[in-house]
Design a protein around this ligand. Structure first.
Ligand code: NAP
Ligand code: FE
Length: 365
């Protein structure tokens, strides 16, 4: 039996928001817009959204306090601001950080969540304010997922939660917003999308409906990322990377993520290694670990890509992914226990031990 649940209406393409912004009218009179420091403006998305609000005769407030890997304390503050303003719906503009924050703010405010209850989503999230997503990076695919990743600084933990209530109602996916992305964010976010697509093969919750999407998405990244890194301003190439990213979101919305993601979270919270880069640094090691058991599926993928596993590793190598920090011995010793506790570990195709994780971390030293 196959089941497939993807309740997000999305518009994909140039001027998606301008052409379909009137759809926002159905969500009410007042919108809370959640953004990072500058990308909402830099990408052009915020200005287009403001024009839409004017045409729709809607009021809005901007909450621009979201930083990379958003804090639990910040999304609680956002939820208070939502209530003060009396917003009817929440719009996240940006990379994964502001969009995930918009999801969290919406759930916290609607369910009056306290402290870290948000991580126990099944128990506490019963509803949410309507969420609209406007991505400006092509990596997380959060515009089509029921997940949000929030860092609890007090508990020193970065962790995700998932609830069908936080699927965006509508996503406006316009690749032109990614034209302002710098080189490093372009590369790292594309690697995040590649991880999501590969994890659609690794996950025990693999969904066969996604098989063609996974192959096509990975090919789009392999072919287009190097072109994009040579010419950051080429629209058609940006469009291909954005499509691959949305594919990746559709894949993890069904299949979840695996150790490929869990192992990266401590690298991000401890050393501020970007999410996508953290995934990329261990991509080969994880593939090596899973290859024996998934040989048939991975070889099928490589046939489609017209390359073999070694060619894929060579492509990965050509990206020169580098941690750029010294990973401490204490980290290698202590962090595997945290990784093992992560929820995505349940979806690995083979048992992964603390020792396996230690060995992988050691390769980064
Ligand atoms: P991000 O943390 O949202 O943004 C990274 C940087 O890129 C920020 O400095 C941001 O600036 C900048 N930026 C964004 N769009 C830009 C643009 N168009 N032009 C110029 N600069 C731009 O990065 P992300 O990789 O998209 O998101 C990562 C987060 O998403 C992590 O917390 C990760 O765990 C999470 N994630 C979530 C899911 C999910 O399904 N929910 C899946 C995978 C990952 P500003 O500060 O100005 O915005
Ligand atoms: Fe990710």
């Amino acid at each position: 039996m196959i089941s497939y649940f993807m309740p997000v209406k999305f518009y994909f393409g140039k001027n998606a928001l301008v052409d379909h912004g009137d759809e926002l009218k159905q969500f009410g009179k007042k919108a809370m817009v959640v953004t990072g420091r500058s990308s909402a403006k830099l990408s052009g998305a915020l200005d287009e959204l403001i024009t839409v609000f004017e045409e729709n005769n809607q009021e809005y407030m901007v909450f621009d306090k979201i930083r990379e890997n958003p804090y639990l304390s910040t999304v609680h503050e956002g939820a208070e601001r939502l209530e003060e303003f009396g917003a009817d719906f929440v719009i996240g503009i940006g990379g994964g950080s502001p969009i995930d924050a918009a999801k969290a703010i919406s759930a916290i405010a609607k369910n009056n969540l306290q402290n870290d209850q948000i991580y126990k989503a099944k128990k506490y999230i019963k509803d949410a304010y309507p969420i609209i997503a406007i991505p400006t990076t092509s990596g997380t695919g959060t515009e089509v997922t029921p997940y949000s990743v929030i860092t609890d600084k007090k508990a020193d933990k970065k962790a995700g939660f998932g609830s069908p209530h936080i699927f965006p109602k509508i996503s406006f996916v316009d690749p032109k917003y990614t034209l302002s992305l710098p080189y490093k964010v372009t590369k790292d976010t594309a690697i995040d999308a590649l991880s999501h697509l590969l994890e659609g093969i690794y996950s025990q919750n693999r969904n066969v409906v996604n098989c063609p999407i996974i192959k096509r998405g990975i090919k789009l990244i392999i072919d287009n990322l190097p072109l994009c890194l040579n010419d950051l301003k080429k629209y058609s190439v940006r469009e291909n990377l954005m499509l691959a990213s949305t594919y990746g979101g559709m894949v993890i919305a069904q299949s979840g993520t695996t150790v490929q993601h869990s192992i990266g979270y401590p690298l991000t919270s401890q050393y501020e290694i970007s999410h996508g880069l953290a995934n990329g640094l261990v991509m080969k090691q994880i593939m090596e670990k899973f290859y024996p058991i998934l040989k048939e599926d991975l070889d099928d993928l490589f046939d489609y890509l017209e390359m073999n596993k070694e060619d894929f590793y060579e492509w990965l190598e050509s990206l020169n992914l580098n941690a750029g920090v010294n990973i401490g011995d204490w980290f290698v010793e202590e962090k595997p226990a945290e990784v093992l506790k992560s929820r995505n570990m349940a979806l690995n195709p083979v048992e992964i031990s603390a020792e396996d994780i230690k060995i992988i971390y050691k390769t980064l030293q």
